[in-house]
Design a protein around this ligand. Structure first.
Ligand code: ATP
Length: 513
Protein backbone atom coordinates (compact mmCIF):
# COMPACT_ATOMS: atom_id res chain seq x y z
CA UNK A 1 0.00 0.00 0.00
CA UNK A 2 1.35 3.47 -0.85
CA UNK A 3 2.43 5.40 2.24
CA UNK A 4 -0.22 8.04 1.76
CA UNK A 5 -2.98 5.44 1.54
CA UNK A 6 -1.60 3.70 4.62
CA UNK A 7 -1.70 6.99 6.54
CA UNK A 8 -5.29 7.64 5.47
CA UNK A 9 -6.14 4.16 6.64
CA UNK A 10 -4.51 4.83 10.02
CA UNK A 11 -6.63 7.98 10.49
CA UNK A 12 -9.91 6.34 9.51
CA UNK A 13 -9.18 3.23 11.56
CA UNK A 14 -8.41 5.40 14.59
CA UNK A 15 -11.85 6.93 14.25
CA UNK A 16 -13.79 3.79 13.40
CA UNK A 17 -12.43 1.83 16.35
CA UNK A 18 -12.81 4.57 18.96
CA UNK A 19 -9.19 5.72 19.27
CA UNK A 20 -9.01 9.32 18.02
CA UNK A 21 -11.73 11.80 17.02
CA UNK A 22 -11.42 15.25 15.51
CA UNK A 23 -12.09 17.79 18.27
CA UNK A 24 -15.52 19.49 18.14
CA UNK A 25 -16.43 17.40 15.11
CA UNK A 26 -20.10 18.42 15.14
CA UNK A 27 -18.91 22.00 14.50
CA UNK A 28 -16.70 20.76 11.64
CA UNK A 29 -13.70 20.32 13.90
CA UNK A 30 -10.88 22.55 15.07
CA UNK A 31 -7.69 22.46 13.07
CA UNK A 32 -4.88 20.30 14.52
CA UNK A 33 -6.80 19.56 17.74
CA UNK A 34 -7.90 15.99 18.51
CA UNK A 35 -9.79 14.09 21.19
CA UNK A 36 -8.85 10.65 22.43
CA UNK A 37 -11.81 8.30 22.42
CA UNK A 38 -12.61 5.34 24.66
CA UNK A 39 -9.85 3.08 23.32
CA UNK A 40 -7.45 5.94 22.60
CA UNK A 41 -7.59 7.22 26.16
CA UNK A 42 -6.63 3.74 27.42
CA UNK A 43 -3.81 3.32 24.92
CA UNK A 44 -2.49 6.77 25.77
CA UNK A 45 -2.65 6.04 29.49
CA UNK A 46 -0.83 2.74 29.00
CA UNK A 47 1.96 4.42 27.02
CA UNK A 48 2.25 7.09 29.71
CA UNK A 49 2.41 4.41 32.43
CA UNK A 50 4.98 2.41 30.47
CA UNK A 51 7.18 5.50 30.30
CA UNK A 52 6.59 6.46 33.94
CA UNK A 53 7.40 2.97 35.19
CA UNK A 54 10.61 2.82 33.14
CA UNK A 55 11.75 6.31 34.15
CA UNK A 56 10.46 6.83 37.69
CA UNK A 57 9.56 3.52 39.30
CA UNK A 58 12.61 1.65 37.98
CA UNK A 59 15.13 4.36 38.92
CA UNK A 60 15.86 5.09 42.54
CA UNK A 61 17.33 8.47 41.61
CA UNK A 62 14.44 9.76 39.46
CA UNK A 63 11.26 11.23 40.93
CA UNK A 64 8.11 12.41 39.20
CA UNK A 65 6.22 15.69 39.65
CA UNK A 66 3.18 17.36 38.11
CA UNK A 67 3.49 21.11 37.69
CA UNK A 68 0.93 23.68 36.54
CA UNK A 69 0.36 24.67 32.93
CA UNK A 70 0.34 28.36 33.91
CA UNK A 71 3.68 29.67 35.08
CA UNK A 72 4.94 33.09 36.07
CA UNK A 73 5.48 34.97 32.79
CA UNK A 74 9.12 35.72 33.63
CA UNK A 75 9.76 31.96 33.30
CA UNK A 76 9.44 32.31 29.54
CA UNK A 77 11.67 35.38 29.40
CA UNK A 78 14.33 33.46 31.31
CA UNK A 79 14.00 30.30 29.24
CA UNK A 80 14.43 32.23 26.00
CA UNK A 81 10.99 31.34 24.66
CA UNK A 82 9.72 34.93 24.45
CA UNK A 83 12.63 35.96 22.27
CA UNK A 84 13.57 32.82 20.43
CA UNK A 85 10.78 30.23 20.35
CA UNK A 86 9.75 30.83 16.80
CA UNK A 87 9.69 29.06 13.46
CA UNK A 88 10.47 30.56 10.06
CA UNK A 89 7.23 30.84 8.12
CA UNK A 90 6.59 31.47 4.45
CA UNK A 91 3.31 32.03 2.62
CA UNK A 92 2.44 31.07 -0.89
CA UNK A 93 0.90 34.14 -2.53
CA UNK A 94 -1.26 32.14 -4.93
CA UNK A 95 -2.62 29.39 -2.71
CA UNK A 96 -2.56 31.55 0.46
CA UNK A 97 -1.19 28.47 2.25
CA UNK A 98 1.31 28.89 5.03
CA UNK A 99 4.38 26.69 5.48
CA UNK A 100 7.40 26.30 7.69
CA UNK A 101 10.27 27.36 5.45
CA UNK A 102 12.72 24.91 7.05
CA UNK A 103 10.25 22.03 6.64
CA UNK A 104 9.84 22.79 2.92
CA UNK A 105 13.60 22.42 2.52
CA UNK A 106 13.75 19.32 4.73
CA UNK A 107 10.94 17.68 2.74
CA UNK A 108 12.89 18.43 -0.43
CA UNK A 109 15.86 16.57 1.09
CA UNK A 110 13.61 13.71 2.19
CA UNK A 111 12.68 13.23 -1.48
CA UNK A 112 16.36 12.88 -2.39
CA UNK A 113 16.71 10.45 0.49
CA UNK A 114 13.88 8.36 -0.99
CA UNK A 115 15.93 8.12 -4.16
CA UNK A 116 18.84 6.76 -2.13
CA UNK A 117 16.53 4.19 -0.56
CA UNK A 118 15.34 3.14 -4.02
CA UNK A 119 18.94 2.65 -5.18
CA UNK A 120 19.63 0.56 -2.07
CA UNK A 121 16.57 -1.60 -2.73
CA UNK A 122 17.60 -2.16 -6.35
CA UNK A 123 21.14 -3.08 -5.33
CA UNK A 124 19.92 -5.41 -2.59
CA UNK A 125 17.94 -7.28 -5.23
CA UNK A 126 20.83 -7.35 -7.67
CA UNK A 127 23.58 -8.47 -5.28
CA UNK A 128 21.53 -10.67 -2.92
CA UNK A 129 23.45 -11.97 0.10
CA UNK A 130 26.71 -10.45 -1.09
CA UNK A 131 25.27 -6.92 -0.68
CA UNK A 132 27.14 -4.67 1.72
CA UNK A 133 24.96 -1.63 2.44
CA UNK A 134 27.65 0.45 4.16
CA UNK A 135 30.05 -0.02 1.28
CA UNK A 136 27.38 0.70 -1.31
CA UNK A 137 26.40 3.95 0.43
CA UNK A 138 29.98 5.18 0.50
CA UNK A 139 31.07 4.11 -3.00
CA UNK A 140 28.14 4.21 -5.40
CA UNK A 141 28.60 7.39 -7.44
CA UNK A 142 24.95 8.28 -7.76
CA UNK A 143 24.19 7.68 -4.09
CA UNK A 144 27.25 9.62 -2.93
CA UNK A 145 26.12 12.50 -5.15
CA UNK A 146 22.64 12.48 -3.65
CA UNK A 147 24.02 12.41 -0.12
CA UNK A 148 26.41 15.30 -0.83
CA UNK A 149 23.52 17.33 -2.19
CA UNK A 150 21.49 16.69 0.97
CA UNK A 151 24.42 17.60 3.20
CA UNK A 152 25.12 20.84 1.34
CA UNK A 153 21.47 21.93 1.46
CA UNK A 154 20.99 21.12 5.15
CA UNK A 155 24.27 22.77 6.09
CA UNK A 156 23.28 25.97 4.34
CA UNK A 157 19.80 25.87 5.91
CA UNK A 158 21.34 25.33 9.35
CA UNK A 159 23.79 28.19 8.93
CA UNK A 160 21.17 30.61 7.61
CA UNK A 161 18.81 29.85 10.48
CA UNK A 162 21.64 30.16 12.96
CA UNK A 163 22.53 33.59 11.59
CA UNK A 164 18.84 34.53 11.32
CA UNK A 165 19.50 35.14 7.64
CA UNK A 166 15.90 34.60 6.53
CA UNK A 167 16.54 36.13 3.11
CA UNK A 168 18.96 33.30 2.42
CA UNK A 169 16.37 30.71 3.49
CA UNK A 170 14.04 32.19 0.88
CA UNK A 171 16.87 32.25 -1.68
CA UNK A 172 17.50 28.57 -0.98
CA UNK A 173 13.82 27.72 -1.55
CA UNK A 174 13.92 29.61 -4.83
CA UNK A 175 17.20 28.07 -5.98
CA UNK A 176 15.90 24.57 -5.29
CA UNK A 177 12.73 25.54 -7.17
CA UNK A 178 10.59 24.25 -4.31
CA UNK A 179 6.90 24.59 -5.12
CA UNK A 180 3.80 24.68 -2.93
CA UNK A 181 3.14 20.95 -2.41
CA UNK A 182 -0.60 21.50 -2.81
CA UNK A 183 -0.70 23.68 -5.92
CA UNK A 184 2.75 23.66 -7.51
CA UNK A 185 3.01 27.48 -7.30
CA UNK A 186 6.44 29.03 -6.68
CA UNK A 187 5.15 32.48 -5.84
CA UNK A 188 6.49 32.88 -2.28
CA UNK A 189 6.49 35.72 0.23
CA UNK A 190 9.56 36.56 2.30
CA UNK A 191 10.38 34.33 5.25
CA UNK A 192 9.37 35.70 8.69
CA UNK A 193 9.82 34.48 12.24
CA UNK A 194 6.63 33.48 14.07
CA UNK A 195 6.47 32.94 17.86
CA UNK A 196 4.74 29.68 18.75
CA UNK A 197 3.54 30.49 22.27
CA UNK A 198 -0.16 30.97 23.00
CA UNK A 199 -0.85 34.04 25.08
CA UNK A 200 -3.69 34.36 27.57
CA UNK A 201 -4.69 36.60 30.47
CA UNK A 202 -5.00 36.02 34.20
CA UNK A 203 -7.22 38.28 36.29
CA UNK A 204 -10.75 39.65 36.26
CA UNK A 205 -10.35 43.26 35.14
CA UNK A 206 -8.71 44.41 31.95
CA UNK A 207 -6.39 46.87 33.78
CA UNK A 208 -5.00 44.42 36.32
CA UNK A 209 -4.86 41.38 34.06
CA UNK A 210 -1.50 39.73 33.74
CA UNK A 211 -0.24 38.40 30.40
CA UNK A 212 0.47 34.70 30.62
CA UNK A 213 1.45 31.95 28.23
CA UNK A 214 0.22 28.40 27.99
CA UNK A 215 3.42 26.43 28.55
CA UNK A 216 5.08 25.32 25.29
CA UNK A 217 7.03 22.58 27.10
CA UNK A 218 6.83 20.88 30.48
CA UNK A 219 10.56 21.19 31.18
CA UNK A 220 10.45 24.67 32.73
CA UNK A 221 8.13 23.44 35.49
CA UNK A 222 10.92 21.06 36.43
CA UNK A 223 13.70 23.66 36.34
CA UNK A 224 11.91 26.15 38.57
CA UNK A 225 11.25 23.37 41.10
CA UNK A 226 14.76 21.97 40.98
CA UNK A 227 15.77 23.11 44.47
CA UNK A 228 12.39 22.30 46.07
CA UNK A 229 12.60 18.72 44.87
CA UNK A 230 16.31 18.34 45.60
CA UNK A 231 15.86 19.55 49.18
CA UNK A 232 12.56 17.86 50.09
CA UNK A 233 13.54 14.61 48.37
CA UNK A 234 17.12 14.78 49.69
CA UNK A 235 18.27 14.01 46.16
CA UNK A 236 21.95 13.58 45.43
CA UNK A 237 23.46 14.37 42.05
CA UNK A 238 23.10 12.65 39.62
CA UNK A 239 19.32 12.62 39.88
CA UNK A 240 16.34 13.15 37.63
CA UNK A 241 12.93 14.83 37.77
CA UNK A 242 10.28 13.55 35.39
CA UNK A 243 6.85 14.75 34.43
CA UNK A 244 4.14 14.23 31.87
CA UNK A 245 1.63 16.86 30.87
CA UNK A 246 0.06 19.11 28.30
CA UNK A 247 2.02 21.61 26.25
CA UNK A 248 0.73 24.12 23.70
CA UNK A 249 2.28 25.45 20.50
CA UNK A 250 0.70 27.59 17.86
CA UNK A 251 2.21 25.46 15.09
CA UNK A 252 2.34 27.10 11.68
CA UNK A 253 1.51 23.94 9.81
CA UNK A 254 -0.18 21.11 11.61
CA UNK A 255 -1.52 18.76 8.99
CA UNK A 256 -0.24 15.38 10.02
CA UNK A 257 -3.01 14.14 12.30
CA UNK A 258 -1.73 13.74 15.89
CA UNK A 259 1.93 14.05 14.80
CA UNK A 260 1.89 17.83 15.12
CA UNK A 261 -0.87 19.31 17.23
CA UNK A 262 -1.49 22.65 18.85
CA UNK A 263 -2.32 21.02 22.18
CA UNK A 264 -0.31 17.92 22.95
CA UNK A 265 1.28 15.98 25.76
CA UNK A 266 4.94 15.58 26.59
CA UNK A 267 6.82 13.11 28.76
CA UNK A 268 10.03 14.78 29.87
CA UNK A 269 12.85 14.02 32.25
CA UNK A 270 15.58 16.42 33.31
CA UNK A 271 18.63 14.66 34.70
CA UNK A 272 20.83 16.90 36.89
CA UNK A 273 24.54 16.08 36.70
CA UNK A 274 27.95 17.34 37.65
CA UNK A 275 29.43 19.74 35.05
CA UNK A 276 31.92 17.92 32.86
CA UNK A 277 30.06 14.59 32.92
CA UNK A 278 27.54 15.56 30.25
CA UNK A 279 29.14 13.53 27.45
CA UNK A 280 28.85 10.20 29.30
CA UNK A 281 25.31 10.95 30.43
CA UNK A 282 24.31 11.96 26.92
CA UNK A 283 25.51 8.57 25.64
CA UNK A 284 23.86 6.81 28.58
CA UNK A 285 20.44 8.35 27.97
CA UNK A 286 20.69 7.90 24.22
CA UNK A 287 21.23 4.18 24.72
CA UNK A 288 18.67 3.83 27.52
CA UNK A 289 15.90 5.59 25.67
CA UNK A 290 16.53 3.55 22.54
CA UNK A 291 16.30 0.37 24.64
CA UNK A 292 12.94 1.55 25.97
CA UNK A 293 11.63 1.92 22.44
CA UNK A 294 13.01 -1.42 21.31
CA UNK A 295 11.53 -3.19 24.35
CA UNK A 296 8.13 -2.75 22.71
CA UNK A 297 9.20 -5.01 19.85
CA UNK A 298 8.38 -2.56 17.04
CA UNK A 299 11.26 -3.67 14.74
CA UNK A 300 14.73 -2.12 15.01
CA UNK A 301 14.69 -0.85 11.41
CA UNK A 302 11.93 1.59 12.32
CA UNK A 303 14.26 3.67 14.50
CA UNK A 304 17.32 5.79 13.88
CA UNK A 305 19.26 8.55 15.60
CA UNK A 306 19.56 11.92 13.96
CA UNK A 307 22.26 14.09 15.51
CA UNK A 308 21.59 17.83 15.31
CA UNK A 309 23.79 20.04 13.16
CA UNK A 310 22.10 23.19 14.39
CA UNK A 311 21.95 23.26 18.17
CA UNK A 312 19.30 25.14 20.10
CA UNK A 313 20.53 28.13 22.10
CA UNK A 314 20.70 26.05 25.29
CA UNK A 315 22.34 22.84 24.04
CA UNK A 316 25.89 21.50 23.65
CA UNK A 317 24.75 18.22 22.06
CA UNK A 318 21.42 16.95 20.79
CA UNK A 319 20.00 13.99 18.97
CA UNK A 320 16.56 12.86 17.90
CA UNK A 321 15.24 9.35 17.97
CA UNK A 322 13.39 9.20 14.68
CA UNK A 323 10.67 6.72 13.87
CA UNK A 324 9.48 5.50 10.50
CA UNK A 325 5.97 6.96 10.41
CA UNK A 326 3.74 6.26 7.38
CA UNK A 327 5.03 9.58 5.97
CA UNK A 328 8.71 8.75 6.54
CA UNK A 329 11.32 9.02 9.30
CA UNK A 330 10.46 11.87 11.69
CA UNK A 331 11.37 12.97 15.19
CA UNK A 332 9.73 11.00 17.96
CA UNK A 333 11.93 11.93 20.91
CA UNK A 334 14.65 14.47 21.59
CA UNK A 335 17.69 13.95 23.83
CA UNK A 336 19.41 17.19 24.67
CA UNK A 337 22.47 18.12 26.67
CA UNK A 338 21.21 21.46 28.00
CA UNK A 339 24.30 22.52 29.98
CA UNK A 340 23.54 24.83 32.93
CA UNK A 341 21.69 27.25 30.66
CA UNK A 342 18.23 26.95 32.19
CA UNK A 343 19.20 26.98 35.86
CA UNK A 344 21.58 29.90 35.30
CA UNK A 345 18.90 31.87 33.46
CA UNK A 346 16.37 31.27 36.24
CA UNK A 347 18.97 32.31 38.82
CA UNK A 348 19.53 35.53 36.93
CA UNK A 349 15.88 36.39 36.36
CA UNK A 350 14.62 35.35 39.82
CA UNK A 351 17.60 36.53 41.83
CA UNK A 352 17.46 33.21 43.76
CA UNK A 353 20.38 30.82 43.98
CA UNK A 354 19.72 27.50 42.24
CA UNK A 355 22.88 25.67 43.21
CA UNK A 356 23.71 22.28 44.56
CA UNK A 357 26.08 21.67 47.44
CA UNK A 358 28.19 18.60 46.73
CA UNK A 359 29.21 17.05 50.05
CA UNK A 360 31.85 14.86 48.43
CA UNK A 361 33.58 17.81 46.76
CA UNK A 362 32.66 20.21 49.54
CA UNK A 363 31.67 22.76 46.88
CA UNK A 364 28.58 24.34 45.34
CA UNK A 365 27.87 24.36 41.64
CA UNK A 366 25.09 24.87 39.12
CA UNK A 367 24.30 21.38 37.80
CA UNK A 368 24.30 20.53 34.11
CA UNK A 369 21.19 18.96 32.67
CA UNK A 370 20.53 16.09 30.32
CA UNK A 371 16.99 16.05 28.98
CA UNK A 372 14.90 13.31 27.40
CA UNK A 373 11.71 14.62 25.82
CA UNK A 374 9.14 12.55 24.01
CA UNK A 375 5.71 13.49 22.66
CA UNK A 376 3.05 11.14 24.03
CA UNK A 377 0.82 11.72 21.02
CA UNK A 378 3.68 11.02 18.62
CA UNK A 379 4.44 7.83 20.49
CA UNK A 380 0.75 6.94 20.20
CA UNK A 381 0.92 7.50 16.45
CA UNK A 382 4.11 5.44 16.17
CA UNK A 383 2.59 2.53 18.07
CA UNK A 384 -0.78 2.72 16.35
CA UNK A 385 0.43 3.16 12.77
CA UNK A 386 3.04 0.43 13.13
CA UNK A 387 0.46 -1.96 14.56
CA UNK A 388 -2.13 -1.61 11.80
CA UNK A 389 -1.74 -4.42 9.26
CA UNK A 390 -3.74 -6.04 6.50
CA UNK A 391 -2.92 -9.73 6.43
CA UNK A 392 -3.84 -12.14 3.68
CA UNK A 393 -4.83 -15.44 5.22
CA UNK A 394 -4.41 -18.95 3.81
CA UNK A 395 -7.94 -18.98 2.42
CA UNK A 396 -7.19 -15.77 0.51
CA UNK A 397 -9.33 -13.54 2.74
CA UNK A 398 -7.82 -10.38 4.25
CA UNK A 399 -8.00 -9.59 7.94
CA UNK A 400 -7.30 -6.16 9.38
CA UNK A 401 -5.44 -6.52 12.63
CA UNK A 402 -4.08 -3.96 15.08
CA UNK A 403 -1.02 -5.69 16.49
CA UNK A 404 -0.50 -3.38 19.45
CA UNK A 405 2.13 -4.52 21.95
CA UNK A 406 -0.04 -6.46 24.44
CA UNK A 407 1.23 -4.38 27.36
CA UNK A 408 -0.22 -1.25 25.74
CA UNK A 409 -3.48 -2.64 24.33
CA UNK A 410 -6.57 -0.83 25.72
CA UNK A 411 -8.52 -4.04 26.29
CA UNK A 412 -6.61 -7.16 27.19
CA UNK A 413 -9.30 -9.75 26.54
CA UNK A 414 -12.80 -10.09 25.11
CA UNK A 415 -15.01 -12.79 26.58
CA UNK A 416 -17.40 -14.31 24.06
CA UNK A 417 -20.20 -16.79 24.75
CA UNK A 418 -20.49 -18.98 21.64
CA UNK A 419 -24.28 -18.60 21.73
CA UNK A 420 -26.62 -16.35 23.70
CA UNK A 421 -28.30 -19.26 25.55
CA UNK A 422 -27.72 -22.49 27.49
CA UNK A 423 -26.07 -20.64 30.39
CA UNK A 424 -23.02 -19.62 28.32
CA UNK A 425 -23.52 -15.83 28.77
CA UNK A 426 -23.69 -16.34 32.54
CA UNK A 427 -20.34 -18.15 32.60
CA UNK A 428 -18.82 -15.45 30.36
CA UNK A 429 -20.06 -12.82 32.82
CA UNK A 430 -18.50 -14.73 35.72
CA UNK A 431 -15.16 -14.82 33.91
CA UNK A 432 -15.40 -11.07 33.33
CA UNK A 433 -16.29 -10.54 36.99
CA UNK A 434 -13.10 -12.32 37.97
CA UNK A 435 -10.67 -10.92 35.36
CA UNK A 436 -11.77 -7.29 35.62
CA UNK A 437 -9.88 -6.88 38.89
CA UNK A 438 -6.64 -7.30 36.99
CA UNK A 439 -7.29 -6.29 33.38
CA UNK A 440 -9.57 -4.28 31.14
CA UNK A 441 -11.88 -6.91 29.65
CA UNK A 442 -15.06 -6.69 27.59
CA UNK A 443 -18.08 -8.85 26.90
CA UNK A 444 -19.26 -9.38 23.33
CA UNK A 445 -22.12 -11.65 22.27
CA UNK A 446 -23.28 -10.06 19.01
CA UNK A 447 -22.75 -11.77 15.62
CA UNK A 448 -21.10 -15.08 14.71
CA UNK A 449 -17.95 -15.81 16.68
CA UNK A 450 -15.73 -15.43 13.59
CA UNK A 451 -16.95 -11.88 13.10
CA UNK A 452 -16.41 -11.14 16.75
CA UNK A 453 -12.80 -12.35 16.44
CA UNK A 454 -12.25 -10.03 13.48
CA UNK A 455 -13.77 -7.11 15.37
CA UNK A 456 -11.42 -7.68 18.30
CA UNK A 457 -8.43 -8.13 15.94
CA UNK A 458 -9.16 -4.75 14.39
CA UNK A 459 -9.62 -3.14 17.82
CA UNK A 460 -6.25 -4.51 18.97
CA UNK A 461 -7.46 -6.89 21.73
CA UNK A 462 -4.70 -9.48 22.30
CA UNK A 463 -6.95 -12.31 23.58
CA UNK A 464 -10.42 -13.66 22.87
CA UNK A 465 -11.86 -16.12 25.36
CA UNK A 466 -14.71 -18.24 24.06
CA UNK A 467 -17.17 -20.01 26.29
CA UNK A 468 -18.86 -22.99 24.56
CA UNK A 469 -20.85 -26.10 25.48
CA UNK A 470 -17.75 -28.02 26.51
CA UNK A 471 -17.23 -25.33 29.16
CA UNK A 472 -20.39 -26.55 30.85
CA UNK A 473 -18.86 -30.02 31.18
CA UNK A 474 -15.27 -29.34 32.20
CA UNK A 475 -14.77 -25.64 33.03
CA UNK A 476 -12.45 -25.09 30.08
CA UNK A 477 -12.60 -22.34 27.45
CA UNK A 478 -10.66 -21.54 24.30
CA UNK A 479 -8.24 -18.66 24.35
CA UNK A 480 -7.33 -17.21 20.95
CA UNK A 481 -4.17 -15.19 20.39
CA UNK A 482 -4.68 -12.13 18.18
CA UNK A 483 -1.35 -12.22 16.34
CA UNK A 484 -1.08 -15.93 15.57
CA UNK A 485 -4.83 -16.70 15.63
CA UNK A 486 -3.82 -19.85 17.50
CA UNK A 487 -6.43 -21.27 19.86
CA UNK A 488 -5.77 -23.24 23.02
CA UNK A 489 -8.13 -25.07 25.33
CA UNK A 490 -7.39 -24.00 28.89
CA UNK A 491 -8.94 -24.15 32.34
CA UNK A 492 -10.88 -21.06 33.39
CA UNK A 493 -8.80 -20.84 36.55
CA UNK A 494 -5.60 -20.55 34.45
CA UNK A 495 -6.81 -17.61 32.35
CA UNK A 496 -5.48 -14.93 34.64
CA UNK A 497 -1.92 -16.28 34.61
CA UNK A 498 -1.91 -16.83 30.85
CA UNK A 499 -2.99 -13.26 30.18
CA UNK A 500 -0.76 -11.77 32.85
CA UNK A 501 2.32 -13.42 31.40
CA UNK A 502 1.86 -11.53 28.15
CA UNK A 503 0.54 -8.17 29.29
CA UNK A 504 2.61 -7.66 32.42
CA UNK A 505 4.84 -4.56 32.34
CA UNK A 506 7.65 -6.50 33.97
CA UNK A 507 7.74 -9.01 31.11
CA UNK A 508 8.22 -6.12 28.64
CA UNK A 509 10.44 -3.73 30.56
CA UNK A 510 12.84 -6.49 31.55
CA UNK A 511 13.88 -6.56 27.90
CA UNK A 512 15.68 -3.26 28.57
CA UNK A 513 18.15 -4.96 30.89
P1 ATP B 1 9.59 19.43 15.75
O1 ATP B 1 10.98 19.65 15.20
O2 ATP B 1 8.92 18.22 15.19
O3 ATP B 1 8.75 20.66 15.75
P2 ATP B 1 10.69 19.96 18.30
O4 ATP B 1 12.13 19.67 18.03
O5 ATP B 1 10.21 21.36 18.35
O6 ATP B 1 9.78 19.09 17.29
P3 ATP B 1 10.87 19.46 21.09
O7 ATP B 1 10.72 20.87 21.46
O8 ATP B 1 12.21 18.81 21.21
O9 ATP B 1 10.28 19.22 19.63
O10 ATP B 1 9.77 18.62 21.89
C1 ATP B 1 9.99 17.30 22.35
C2 ATP B 1 9.00 16.33 21.78
O11 ATP B 1 7.66 16.82 21.91
C3 ATP B 1 9.17 16.05 20.31
O12 ATP B 1 10.15 15.07 20.08
C4 ATP B 1 7.80 15.58 19.91
O13 ATP B 1 7.66 14.18 20.16
C5 ATP B 1 6.87 16.34 20.82
N1 ATP B 1 6.25 17.46 20.12
C6 ATP B 1 6.77 18.68 19.86
N2 ATP B 1 5.90 19.46 19.21
C7 ATP B 1 4.77 18.72 19.05
C8 ATP B 1 3.49 18.97 18.47
N3 ATP B 1 3.19 20.15 17.95
N4 ATP B 1 2.57 17.97 18.49
C9 ATP B 1 2.85 16.78 19.04
N5 ATP B 1 4.04 16.49 19.61
C10 ATP B 1 4.99 17.43 19.63
Amino acid sequence: MANEDQFKKVISHAKEYGYVFQSSEIYDGLSAVYDYAQNGAELKKNIRDYWWKAMVQMNENIVGIDTAIFMHPTTWKASGHVDAFSDPLIDNKDSKKRYRADVLVEDYCAKIENKIEKEVKKATKRFGDAFNKEEFLSTNGRVVGYQEKINTILKRLGQSLEKEDLADVKALIEELEIADPLTGSRNWTDVKQFNLMFGTKLGASAESAMDLYLRPETAQGIFVNFLNVQKTGRMKIPFGIAQTGKAFRNEIVARQFIFRMREFEQMEMQFFIKPGTQKEWFEHWKATRMKWHLSLGMENDNYRFHDHEKLAHYADAATDIEFKFPFGFKELEGIHSRTDFDLKQHEEFSGKKLQYFDHEDNASYTPYVLETSIGLDRMFLAVFSNALKDETLEDGSVRTVLKLPAVLAPTKAAVLPLVKKDGLPEIARQIIGDLKWDFNVIYDEKDAVGRRYRRQDAAGTPFCITVDHKTLEDNTVTIRHRDTMEQQRVKIEDLKDIIKKEVDVKHWLQKME
